[in-house]
Design a protein around this ligand. Structure first.
Ligand SMILES: Nc1ncnc2c1ncn2[C@@H]1O[C@H](COP(=O)(O)OP(=O)(O)OP(=O)(O)O)[C@@H](O)[C@H]1O
Ligand SMILES: CC(C)(CO)[C@@H](O)C(=O)[O-]
Ligand code: BAL
Length: 279
């Protein structure tokens, strides 16, 4: 496992791998690694000749400066955790390596960027698309691995890949959860002990909602989820939407023939947590 900080250096290494006909798997992260990130790394290592993990806290995707300044950074522990999975290269660039000039590109993702996280974090997905397209350009991966926890992000990145006619295969990977059901997230370490204890109510409610779907209409179920979570004094629902898993159009009736996913964001003190469940 080798650490690379410079774009020019990683490009040289990648050219060599490509000339040897090796397949490249890529796992982009913002660090503060947990078992969710490690599962993506593991899947990449199993399915590619070479695995590259990037650790880069991308400033352009943070719409809230306090969120950027408090984002956890644990690089030594991250490297220790990664070493057990034997990825080949860890790419840890400085901001000026990725953005030698400011990126002024504006992507148009239509509805994909106008609902849920897109609506509540203006500019967030544009920043994600800026950094992921730059990383794809540097790394030219055959396969890139993304967690389903960030469900909307996967939809946006698939669309970006299509729009830019990139040949990378986007591989969505299952949500890894803590023992009590809470979706793993780098931001979980920002929770107080009480907030952490109560945060499992989010996934608990989503799992119950899946069972209630046969008995309640879509709008009744949405109301139930919001009320149930908001009963807990530590939790405040920002939105809960049930959407088509590809177009992200809001579902009004269970009889609609699409694959449905319920996406939620909950404010826990100052920390926003996201989760989702398929119906
Ligand atoms: N619990 C999880 N299970 C599976 N994949 C995950 C999980 N958490 C994060 N990932 C994935 O890891 C990749 C890197 O995510 P990132 O570094 O933003 O971590 P994060 O835990 O999602 O952070 P945060 O939730 O604080 O934004 C993304 O593709 C993300 O979807
Ligand atoms: C894909 C990503 C690494 C881009 O900064 C980030 O949005 C994330 O960690 O999900
Ligand atoms: N995991 C998505 C990155 C972010 O919250 O900015």
């Amino acid at each position: 496992m080798e650490i690379v900080k410079l774009v020019a250096e990683i490009k040289t290494k990648i050219s060599k791998f490509k000339s040897e006909g090796k397949t490249i798997g890529f796992v982009p992260t913002m660090g503060a690694l947990h078992e969710g990130h490690l599962s993506l790394t593991d899947i990449s290592v199993q399915n590619n000749d070479i695995t590259i993990v990037s650790i880069f806290v991308n400033p352009t995707q943070f719409n809230n400066p306090e969120d950027l300044s408090t984002y956890p950074r644990t690089i030594e522990e991250d490297l220790e955790k990664l070493s057990a999975f034997k990825p080949d290269l860890i790419f840890i660039p400085e901001v000026k390596e990725i953005y030698p000039e400011p990126d002024s590109r504006i992507f148009n993702f239509g509805l994909l960027d106008q609902v849920m996280e897109g609506k509540n974090r203006p500019g967030h997905f544009n920043g994600v698309a800026q950094v992921v397209s730059r990383l794809f350009d540097i790394i030219s991966p055959d396969n890139a691995y993304f967690g389903q926890k960030d469900f909307q992000q996967v939809a946006v990145i698939k669309q970006m890949t299509k729009d830019l006619k990139l040949s990378v295969n986007i591989v969505p990977c299952p949500i890894i959860r803590e023992k009590d059901g809470l979706a793993m997230s780098s931001r979980n370490v920002l929770l107080s002990e009480d907030q952490r204890k109560n945060a499992c109510k989010i996934s608990e409610t989503l799992f119950k909602a899946r069972n209630l779907a046969a008995k309640l209409s879509v709008s009744q179920l949405k109301e139930w989820v919001v009320e149930e979570i908001n009963k807990n004094i530590y939790l405040s629902v920002e939105y809960f939407e049930i959407v088509d898993d590809t177009s992200l159009e809001v579902i009004k009736d269970w009889n609609e023939p699409n694959n449905k996913v319920g996406c939620i964001t909950v404010q826990v003190g100052k920390t926003r947590l996201i989760d989702n469940i398929t119906f």
